[in-house]
Design a protein around this ligand. Structure first.
Ligand SMILES: Nc1ncnc2c1ncn2[C@@H]1O[C@H](COP(=O)(O)OP(=O)(O)OP(=O)(O)O)[C@@H](O)[C@H]1O
Ligand SMILES: [Mg+2]
Length: 446
């Protein structure tokens, strides 16, 4: 790249007066300027005159700044683009920086600001947008953008957040983004999957334990609440938290204090809690599997991530961006999907949501033999990823269900015998049967 003020810039703006002004200004500073008032023309110019930077207006007739950016990205993936707009909404800014746009400035143009962005391009220094809180969330979907808008505002307030949504929709990335946008960003973000840890260990994982508190507690442990001090604790799969612990969690949140297992002393905590679940907690409450008071404590603000299929307008963007990331990671020269390949991605079912899309694209990149990924490769990757891997709690539920059916078959629906074989008491077993909507009577031989 050229040295700072030797850089060549393509300016695109339908406002001709502004175009002239900006051209003069930047030429005075030593930049070489090509300009046009038309997006389509801009693309032609780029083919003829390679430049170092594109500065484009957002709102233009015909091809707008976003469309232009998309097309530039497809043909010149590394060319930095700076967007200008008179309508600087937060949403535009979020969308722009998240898409990998280099920078974003609003009219009236602050020349110092622009100069800062241009010098940062010249020195190849990543700009703030690299550390933008929502950088890991790729989207341009209206619903998602307004959700991010809300997330950015909510992040500043220290309220509990509950994130719901199907598996793979991005609950954890959203939780991380909220943490990054919050005043707690410099402190730890600690995630724990409440469904993956045995009930008897979960308490000490969360609240810590003293030395010798139980067999195996050779050393004292502060617990995750304490480790997350000053930061954010992400309680994933909160719907799987056992009732006994729900009471303790509620108390910890109300009192901002925890008591390590084996200790008689409480310790103060300063933690923001974000929780997530793919379960329907309302239903869990009805079934007395989840405490109502805890629910209201955790769900001060709710975000529900839509399934990928409901935001299929995001698929081309996600596909392109994930492809770029995967190709860079594996250092392979794969640039794009063919049009019919994209079409197939858009119209496919995505039961595993974004996670499944990530997998499909990784596989395409791994198997690609050409720089453009053809449709048949996508077909192949899709059929290999057709069924999604169930998450642990779904798998456990499915196992439990099958187990209980076999147990009832074996015991002819005799609950006392079934409980004995399962090593549970009758009331526990009744609860389990209720949870799985199994009626012992149906298993009795007439
Ligand atoms: N909008 C997005 N842009 C880019 N990547 C995304 C987006 N949403 C999700 N991902 C990616 O998809 C994968 C799944 O996301 P995440 O783990 O946040 O989902 P989840 O809702 O927590 O899933 P689960 O319920 O299965 O735990 C991750 O690799 C994540 O980086
Ligand atoms: Mg998750």
């Amino acid at each position: 790249m050229n040295n700072d003020n030797n850089m060549s810039i393509l300016l695109v703006d339908d406002d001709q007066a502004l175009l002239r002004l900006l051209t003069i200004r930047l030429e005075q500073q030593g930049y070489q300027i090509i300009s046009t008032d038309d997006g389509a023309k801009a693309l032609q110019l780029l083919q003829q005159f390679p430049v170092d930077v594109v500065i484009s207006d957002l709102r233009m007739p015909n091809i707008d700044g976003m469309m232009l950016f998309d097309q530039i990205k497809a043909s010149f993936p590394t060319l930095p683009v700076i967007l200008i707009t008179a309508h600087g909404t937060i949403q535009d800014a979020i969308a722009a920086t998240k898409l990998g746009m280099y920078g974003f400035i609003t009219k009236p143009i602050d020349h110092q600001e622009l100069q800062k962005i241009l010098s940062s391009i010249a020195t190849q220094k990543p700009l703030e947008n690299e550390s933008h809180w929502a950088k890991n969330i790729i989207t341009r979907n209206d619903k998602m953008l307004s959700m991010l808008d809300k997330a950015g505002r909510i992040a500043l307030r220290d309220v509990s957040v509950l994130i719901t949504g199907a598996s793979g929709t991005g609950k954890e990335v959203l939780a991380q983004a909220i943490h990054s946008a919050s005043p707690r960003a410099k402190h730890p973000f600690i995630a724990i999957n409440c469904g993956a840890i045995p009930e008897n260990l979960l308490e000490s994982e969360l609240f810590g334990h003293t030395k010798g508190a139980f067999t195996g507690a050779v050393l004292a442990s502060p617990g995750l609440f304490k480790e997350a001090d000053g930061g954010t604790l992400f309680l994933d799969e909160i719907g799987d938290m056992p009732m006994s612990l729900q009471v303790k969690l509620l108390r910890a949140l109300q009192e901002q204090q925890i008591r390590p297992v084996g200790s008689s002393q409480s310790v103060n905590i300063d933690v923001r809690v974000i929780s997530a679940t793919h379960k329907d907690l309302q239903q869990a409450m009805h079934e007395h599997q989840f405490r109502e008071d805890l629910y209201y404590r955790l769900n001060v603000v709710n975000f529900t991530l839509p399934p990928l299929q409901e935001r299929s307008d995001d698929i081309p963007l996600l596909a392109r961006e994930l492809l770029r990331q995967s190709a860079a990671k594996h250092q392979v020269n794969v640039i794009a999907f063919s049009d019919d390949a994209i079409q197939l991605l858009v119209t496919s079912n995505w039961p595993g949501n974004v996670r499944q899309l990530v997998n499909v694209i990784e596989q395409c990149v791994a198997l690609a033999e050409t720089t453009i990924i053809p449709k048949h490769l996508v077909e192949q990757a899709l059929s290999a990823n057709r069924s999604t891997w169930p998450n642990l709690s779904d798998a456990r539920d499915a196992f439990e269900h099958t187990y209980l059916r076999k147990l009832l078959n074996m015991t002819d629906g005799n609950v006392t015998r079934a409980a004995f074989l399962a090593g549970r008491n009758r009331s526990d077993l009744h609860k389990l049967l209720k949870k799985h909507e199994l009626d012992a009577a149906n298993f009795r031989q007439m």
